[in-house]
Design a protein around this ligand. Structure first.
Ligand SMILES: Nc1ncnc2c1ncn2[C@@H]1O[C@H](COP(=O)(O)OP(=O)(O)OP(=O)(O)O)[C@@H](O)[C@H]1O
Ligand SMILES: [Mg+2]
Length: 339
């Protein structure tokens, strides 16, 4: 095996269970509606419990009252409401972690990038946001024992790359996957990455919204949005448009949040930076996207350039991890520890 030392990292994980919904147990759902729900991607109780009444009515053939009853029944079945902390702790055991390719970065992240939440990578150009996004499309396809999400070879996981800048390069995927030798088949890795080129913010939003329905049936476990903000920044120019932009961005982020939490997906978004002119002490580089993005991102990682291939990653915000930083390298074979 030609893989590097981090590819043999052992991570013990419990297999997550996606509950199979029996649609017709829900009040008002007969065979025809059950079929329609299945066909339109509502395949789990969670997907029904978290849909809005309007979205369900839009499927046709349902009034608001019935739609409300169906959603409530799905919520009751899942026991939505308040739950105790020990139950949350237990459910977090279903969370998967993917190695970044560098042990130092994994250690900083308490084992790697996690499912069920949004991780934001922000930094100036050439700091490695896109490289790390490519790397995760590869490493998440490893089995859990080697630091990936692939629990069952018979039902392999898939990754989705929403590319807003046209910087996705399959050649980099090949180089990064080759590093893992017999542990990963390069062709299989390529076939399980779905690339969507988004040409404007509406297109980007639609791609993300569709994934909410597609994620369970396609076993999607990683969704990249690279970059989250570029179209929004380009399309909404000037102070007067800020409120409209933030409203739209908020809607997009909530689609991504739902995707992460309902289908236990790792969502990675990349973000640009701006310089805060009134900051006299410390690093004036700040992520764009304002408070909305700051609130929705669970983990924010700030990437900076260092000497040559070296990059510095800093955890700026996390519900679990302290503020700290580490150094890694971008090499021909991908994200790596510094030599
Ligand atoms: N084949 C390779 N071998 C080694 N390093 C590479 C290779 N390909 C790219 N890099 C490194 O990755 C850097 C680009 O990183 P990346 O594309 O991830 O930047 P980014 O943070 O996404 O920037 P932007 O904000 O412009 O999108 C290059 O400058 C180079 O240093
Ligand atoms: Mg990039």
């Amino acid at each position: 095996m030609q893989s590097s030392s981090n590819s043999t990292k052992k991570i013990s994980l419990k297999v997550p269970e996606i509950p199979k919904a029996n649609m017709m147990d829900l009040p008002g759902v007969g065979p025809a509606l059950a079929k329609k729900l299945q066909e339109t991607g509502f395949k789990t109780l969670e997907s029904i419990a978290t849909v809005s009444i309007g979205e369900l009515v839009a499927l046709g053939g349902l009034g608001e009252k019935t739609a409300g009853k169906i959603i409530q029944a799905a919520r009751d079945k899942l026991g939505y409401g308040f739950i105790t902390a020990d139950v949350i702790l237990e459910s977090r055991r279903n969370m998967l972690r993917a190695t970044t390719g560098a042990d130092a970065l994994d250690d900083l992240l308490n084992g790697g990038i996690e499912t069920g939440s949004i991780t934001e990578l922000y930094g100036e150009y050439r700091t490695g946001k896109t490289q790390l996004a490519h790397q995760l499309c590869v490493t998440c396809q490893l089995p859990p024992a080697l630091g990936g999400f692939n629990i069952n070879d018979q039902d392999p996981i898939t990754c989705v790359y929403i590319d807003t800048e046209g910087t996705f390069r399959p050649e980099r995927i090949v180089a990064m996957a080759s590093r893992f030798g017999n542990d990963l088949d390069v062709q299989t890795v390529l076939k399980h990455i779905f690339h969507g080129r988004a040409y404007n913010s509406d297109h980007q939003m639609v791609l993300a919204e569709n994934l909410i329905k597609d994620a369970p049936s396609n076993n999607i476990k990683l969704v990249i949005v690279d970059s989250l903000i570029a179209h929004f920044r380009a399309e909404f120019v000037g102070r007067g448009t800020l409120a409209a932009r933030q409203q739209k961005l908020n809607q997009h982020l909530h689609s991504l949040l739902k995707l992460a939490e309902v289908s236990n997906v790792a969502v990675i978004v990349t973000n640009q930076v701006h310089s805060q002119p009134d900051m006299y002490f410390g690093d004036p580089t700040m992520p764009v996207g304002g408070h909305i993005l700051a609130h929705v991102s669970h983990t924010r990682i700030y990437l900076r350039k260092s000497k040559g291939e070296r990059r510095i990653a800093r955890i700026v915000d996390s519900p679990l991890l302290p503020e700290s930083e580490t150094v890694f390298a971008i090499t021909e074979e991908g994200i790596n520890d510094i030599s």
